[in-house]
Design a protein around this ligand. Structure first.
Ligand SMILES: [Zn+2]
Length: 480
């Protein structure tokens, strides 16, 4: 019997072990999509307890605790950090076979050198030891990133964000570039007129541009797009149920904007037209600047009204949706391609039944301008686990070029989640190792090892044109 989570965890064959240890393990990490709070990096936060570092803001863990019957007071409520941790530790044994079980123990090993299994009995010891370590400078937020060999991070930021924390990080010359990503979901969400208009007020305030027409609105948003670019941003991101690609005219959009800006609610058709128009504008700006655009498609969010009202969004009440993705996505990408304005694009699906759809959609719009121009992104959110990642890797292999994949990201809100890259790398090496040992792939370790290293790091660096050898203040991704 193999030992639980030893150095050959997930690596069944000798070849897989060699691929991982000799090629994958030493590669640095580019985390090109995550939700880390830039303020904590700017302040180089020192967490006071393991609970603060591990449980605050982690809706994956809250969901597991709730499912285990734990009262909300211990998840997001007012209970003290030690008691919250106890409830989490007592939940952990019940998370067997959920990715949380592996992540939890990988994180204890990699960050704290703790090789115990976490449960109610070990909770006190683990809590004390980790909390004590977290007080030391070697466990500050910046140190945690260094410890994991992270070379670059893209956060996720609203256009109206001042990016003051990114500025401070640059001013302080932190050697790991922390770049913003432009996520304008709120700028196209017109389902509630009052909310949309309060967003316009924020946009006016940050740009000093008065918005009374759709043209003004676009001008102000483009001003933010330019500003984000000046801060080193070269990535946009959209979290949408589906792509909107309805037909519209400029006159229609002007009228729709005037209506919603006047406080009137829009009907479904008007909302879709407006969102369709905004997506085209954003995509064209991304293309003009040589950015990469990302689309996270298919989440059915905020299902629980009572908890949305109490806790707000992104607190663990979302699920996989069953939206129709293919036709509109094709129409949208084609509309941009026809006008020669299709930027590099990464597509992520939350519903696994869209895997083959996404894997084949990219191939329609690769034009030889760069390798893997249209990417099918790594297994996302509920699919970010052994089975989901294996399926993504296998489907991409079958229907595209795995060798050109830009690889893994954490998509996380926690500084302790970087072993998810290791998890992905082990799964990748295991799949390749199996097939080499079965005689399905040639026993050419230098070539397969290079492919592994490309997927871990090199493809990403080349795709985004990151210039990682420079000091942070000068890391401006080149266009193209
Ligand atoms: Zn995300």
């Amino acid at each position: 019997m193999k030992k639980f989570l030893d150095e050959n965890f997930l690596l069944k064959t000798k070849t897989a072990q060699r691929l991982y240890h000799e090629y994958a393990k030493g590669m640095p990490i580019i985390d090109y999509h995550c939700h880390l709070p830039p303020q904590q990096i700017a302040e180089d936060t020192q967490f006071e307890t393991l609970t603060q570092a591990w449980l605050y803001g982690d809706h994956y863990k809250w969901r597991a605790m709730r499912t285990n019957g734990v009262d909300e007071a211990y998840c997001t409520g007012a209970k003290n950090d030690r008691d919250k941790f106890q409830q989490w530790a007592e939940t952990v044994p019940y998370t067997l076979r959920n990715p949380l079980y592996h992540w939890t123990h990988l994180e204890l090993q990699r960050y704290f050198d703790i090789h115990d299994v976490l449960n109610g009995d070990t909770a006190q010891q683990v809590y004390q030891e980790c909390t004590a370590k977290l007080q030391a400078p070697a466990w500050s937020v910046k140190s945690l990133l260094r410890k994991m060999n992270v070379k670059l991070i893209c956060t996720t930021d609203d256009p109206v964000d001042s990016l003051e924390h990114h500025q401070k990080i640059r001013d302080d010359e932190f050697e790991i570039p922390i770049l913003p990503a432009f996520r304008p979901d709120n700028a196209m969400n017109v389902s509630n007129a009052a909310k949309f208009n309060s967003y316009i007020k924020k946009l006016e305030a940050i740009t000093n541009i008065s918005v009374s027409s759709f043209d003004d609105f676009l001008y102000a948003l483009q001003n933010r797009h330019d500003f984000f670019a000046s801060m080193g941003c070269s990535v946009s991101d959209h979290g949408l149920e589906e792509i909107y690609a309805d037909d519209f005219t400029g006159l229609e959009i002007d009228a729709i904007f005037t209506k919603v800006h006047g406080g009137k609610e829009l009907n479904e058709v008007e909302q879709r037209k407006f969102k369709s128009a905004m997506l085209i504008h954003f995509a064209e700006w991304d293309w003009e600047k040589g950015w990469v655009q990302q689309f996270h498609l298919g989440a059915l969010r905020n299902n629980n009204t009572r908890m949305l009202q109490t806790l707000g969004p992104d607190t663990g009440w979302d699920s996989i949706g069953d939206f129709s993705q293919g036709r509109a996505l094709s129409k949208f990408l084609d509309k941009l391609d026809v006008n020669n304005k299709l930027a590099k694009t990464i597509l992520y699906n939350l519903n696994p039944s869209d895997n083959e759809l996404m894997a084949t959609m990219g191939g329609n719009f690769n034009d030889g301008s760069s390798a893997g121009k249209i990417q099918w992104g790594s297994a996302w959110w509920f699919l970010d686990q052994k089975d989901g990642m294996s399926k993504q890797i296998n489907t991409l292999s079958n229907m595209g070029l795995l060798s050109k994949f830009v690889g893994m990201l954490t998509d996380s809100r926690s500084f302790l989640s970087f072993p998810r890259h290791e998890y992905f790398r082990r799964i990748l090496c295991d799949l390749l190792g199996d097939e080499i040992e079965n005689g399905e792939l040639p026993n050419d370790l230098p070539w397969t090892g290079k492919m592994v290293q490309d997927i871990c790091f090199n493809n990403n660096k080349n795709y985004f044109s990151w210039q990682l050898d420079q000091q942070p203040a000068t890391v401006i991704p080149s266009a193209g």
